[in-house]
Design a protein around this ligand. Structure first.
Ligand SMILES: [Zn+2]
Length: 410
């Protein structure tokens, strides 16, 4: 998911490390990706026709693992359902995870058949993230066929739980349980085009429930009212001060509660979304939100001093994604720019987003989400489409060259 894409051009800089594309094995792997582009698209379509609703990625994961096995990799599936296939390096380089997410936003029963019209493919999930899944397989195949030797290990991961309430659980497991071993750098292929997300928009999401005994609007008038307390909280949240840069937002997105116009409701709930590119700014708006809820309860109690009934608010966490920022001068951003330059891709744009890369970026581990090439639109909608155009292979080539460059770093 690419919630936000505030793009800024990165100046094309001279490659930080020596060009890798003139190494014979690497050149052969790049040529293989171009020559066998139809194979890549075949993977993209056939994987996409296996449904992968949130928390139900198992069938697609099993098939994904077997495709890595068919390419000569040993693939395993970890405790949360991530597919992991490793190509061991010769030693001395960085251990890189190249990931793409298995899950989609589409519920069970969605028609996931893909329609082809020329170079255009249409179907739910075809870009987000069947493109990334196909790019990984194509890179794994080209590296194996061309016998590219990397210094650091290259670990391919098809991860679960990127979308929505999946809450990045697949990637969190990779870093918390180390199910793919130690990770020095992380690249998620997630998106269409040739840009990258280098800044992680963090989010905290909550459901707040205000509760009291409730009663009759006329007969019980004079007691604290959960709905009114919630209104007070919303009014305070609506007036919170947040910085424009780093961009920080708040939103009350869903409110519910009440039974009738002449009842004091027993409960009222709201769902709140807080986001920022900065962990510190996110923490500040988060504590202001918690204060707003506490003060709303106090103010509603204070409004009716003669009443001794209870009023309380409960805050549940719906999701947390860590925030973090990497400057355009960060080495991983420069490697991505240098790899693109080797392929003649004009300076790729950097942006902010909410992707699997949030987890490592939040931990201070160099990470990016890069696009997988082509063009497209309609992510998260039934009208999603992807068009490979005549240079779609540049996406897999970029991912491969970036992987080679990163694993070559000491
Ligand atoms: Zn995605």
């Amino acid at each position: 998911m690419r919630a936000i894409a505030l793009a800024a051009a990165v100046m094309a800089t001279a490659p930080g490390a020596a060009a890798q594309s003139n190494h014979p094995a690497v050149a052969l792997a790049l040529a293989t990706l171009q020559r066998d582009n139809a194979w890549t698209l075949e993977q993209q379509v056939s994987l996409c026709e296996i449904p992968a609703p949130p928390f139900q990625e198992q069938a697609r994961a099993a098939e994904y693992a077997s495709r890595f096995e068919a390419l000569g990799y040993r693939a395993t599936i970890d405790a949360v359902g991530n597919v992991i296939a490793t190509r061991a390096g010769s030693g001395g380089g960085r251990r890189l995870v190249l990931a793409a997410h298995l899950d989609t936003v589409f519920p069970e029963g969605t028609d996931v058949r893909v329609r082809r019209t020329g170079t255009k493919l249409a179907g739910p999930g075809i870009g987000d993230d069947c493109r990334g899944l196909a790019v990984l397989l194509a890179v794994a195949r080209a590296i194996a066929l061309a016998r590219v030797a990397t210094a650091g290990d290259l670990v391919f991961v098809g991860n679960v739980g990127e979308e929505g309430l999946g809450n990045l659980r697949g990637t969190k497991h990779l870093f918390e349980a180390k199910s793919a071993g130690p990770i020095d750098a992380f690249i998620s292929v997630d998106g269409i085009g040739l840009g990258m997300v280098s800044r992680a928009v963090g989010s905290n999401r909550y459901r707040v429930t205000f509760r009291g005994p409730g009663g009759h609007s006329y007969g019980d008038f004079g007691m604290p009212n959960p709905m009114h307390a919630m209104g007070r909280a919303i009014a305070t949240i609506a007036d919170l001060d947040v910085p424009e840069a780093p961009r920080t937002i708040f939103n009350v997105g869903v409110v519910a509660g009440g039974t009738s116009v002449n009842s004091i409701t027993g409960s009222a709930t709201m769902q709140v979304d807080l986001r920022s590119e900065s962990a510190a700014a996110l923490a500040r708006v988060d504590s202001a939100f918690h204060r707003a809820v506490d003060r709303a309860v106090e103010a509603e109690r204070a409004r009716w001093p003669k009443s001794n009934i209870s009023l309380a608010a409960e805050i549940e966490v719906l999701g947390r994604r860590p925030a973090g920022s990497q400057p355009d001068s960060a080495w991983i951003v420069r490697e991505a720019v240098a790899a693109a330059a080797e392929l003649g891709i004009p300076a790729p744009k950097t942006g902010a987003g909410s992707t699997d890369a949030n987890v490592p970026i939040g931990l201070g581990i160099p990470a990016l989400a890069i696009d997988g090439g082509g063009t497209g639109d309609g992510a998260h909608s039934l009208g999603e489409w992807y068009d490979d155009g005549d240079r779609g292979y540049l996406g897999p080539q970029w991912a491969l060259l970036l992987a080679v460059r990163i694993t070559a770093r000491r």
